[in-house]
Design a protein around this ligand. Structure first.
Ligand code: SAH
Ligand code: SF4
Length: 354
């Protein structure tokens, strides 16, 4: 199987072209066709010589994803389900905000972390996505926007789809460098957020990357007992280790971290947990933001229910009183299975049933 050209940074493409006896400057021209003019065929790259086009054709492809389902929600959220070359299904979500168009990408087929509330973790990881497959999700959505001819651009990216991005680190980093590069899509690093369940070593590695991407950490509980109950990864990486790596990240980058906190009724949503959370974040208040996420029910996880609006409000107010920056995440596309992994898991069940 040929690799997707979108997986190469401009430096990698340049190196490959030079190895093949081509001129260095071709890389910038090819990138212009890929990301500015956004052609869907190598043959459409008008100022590239035939020999080079043949080389590209022989070694790379422009499209490996096939769109199988597209669901559009009343609020404008669009969920795409793609079939990859090996038949695996992945999902990508486009959300419209007042500040721009944001895309949520998938990084793995399934997820090995297996959090107890999440639809993606129901299926063990079968493979990592390549960098090209992750970039291609953005390109598919951009092509969808281009087809509407309203001159709309993907302006924001959240790495919050299926998978644990830090468990696919090198492909993730290539993806981030490609979409961020000014010669290509040029999506600002401050407009990109990577969400992780929190492997401390990877958080430290990420702190050392010379790139201003935002980091969000899925915390979901303020003490080890509760966190291990909802996220079994906490056994391997308990809160103390996680917080050490976060302190390192904050010292190294001086950038704000978002803590994600799913509100599960009568599990982690009492005022006591809000107080514990405020205490946990006390010494890094100035660089923390807590995102309270109303739980999106998953059929297979019927032990959980969404917190009541009153409990969410009381939790929020407790955090605020203690000086913690926080907000309640607005929901998008609840009428179209927009929670992480839900469309995919439904489609797989349907496929099995036929
Ligand atoms: N694996 C990474 C990124 C993908 S999940 C992580 O866990 O951070 C992205 C976010 O969606 C996480 O904060 C996750 O906890 C949240 N999430 C998963 N299932 C959810 C559900 N059913 N309802 C609401 N949020 C959910
Ligand atoms: Fe994996 Fe994130 Fe889902 Fe946990 S919440 S199972 S880490 S995708």
């Amino acid at each position: 199987m040929k690799n997707s050209i979108y997986g190469l940074t401009i430096e990698q493409l340049t190196e490959w072209l030079v190895d093949q006896g081509q001129k260095k400057f071709r890389a910038a021209q090819i990138w212009d066709w890929l990301y500015k003019k956004r052609v869907t065929n190598f043959a459409d790259m008008k100022n590239i010589n035939q020999e080079c086009i043949d080389l590209l054709d022989a070694n790379y492809v422009l499209r490996t994803l096939e769109q199988t389902v597209k669901q559009e929600s009343e609020d404008g959220t669009i969920k795409f389900l793609f079939k990859m070359q090996d038949g695996n299904l992945i999902e990508t979500v486009l959300m419209k905000f007042p500040y721009g168009q944001s895309v949520c990408v998938t990084t793995q087929v399934g997820c090995n972390i297996g959090c107890s509330f999440c639809a993606s973790g129901l299926l063990k990881k079968s493979r990592d996505l390549t960098a090209g497959e992750i970039v291609e999700q953005i390109m598919e959505v951009q092509h969808h926007l281009d087809a509407k001819a309203e001159d709309e651009r993907v302006s924001h990216i959240v790495v919050m789809g299926i998978g644990e991005p830090f468990d696919n680190y090198s492909h993730l980093m290539n993806f981030l460098r490609v979409v961020n590069d000014q010669k290509g899509l040029s999506i600002g690093a401050r407009h990109i957020t990577v969400s992780t369940s929190g492997n401390p070593q990877r958080i430290k590695d990420f702190a050392e990357e010379n790139i201003q991407i935002n980091l969000a950490v899925s915390l979901h509980a303020p003490n080890n007992e509760l966190r291990t109950r909802v996220m079994k990864i906490n056994k391997a990486f308990p809160i103390e280790k996680l917080m050490d790596s976060i302190d390192y990240y904050l010292e190294t980058t001086n950038r704000r971290i978002t803590f994600e906190y799913i509100m599960l009724h009568d599990v982690n949503d009492h005022v006591l947990e809000a107080q514990q959370l405020a205490k946990l974040l006390e010494n890094k208040r100035h660089l923390s933001y807590v995102n309270l996420i109303p739980y999106n029910p998953v059929d297979e996880h019927d032990q959980y229910r969404r917190s009541t609006p009153e409990d969410i409000k009381a939790f929020y107010e407790t955090l605020k009183r203690k000086g913690i920056n926080c907000g309640v995440r607005l929901e998008h596309g609840t009428d179209i299975d927009a929670a992480c992994g839900q469309l995919r898991s439904k489609q797989i069940k349907k496929d099995k049933a036929v």
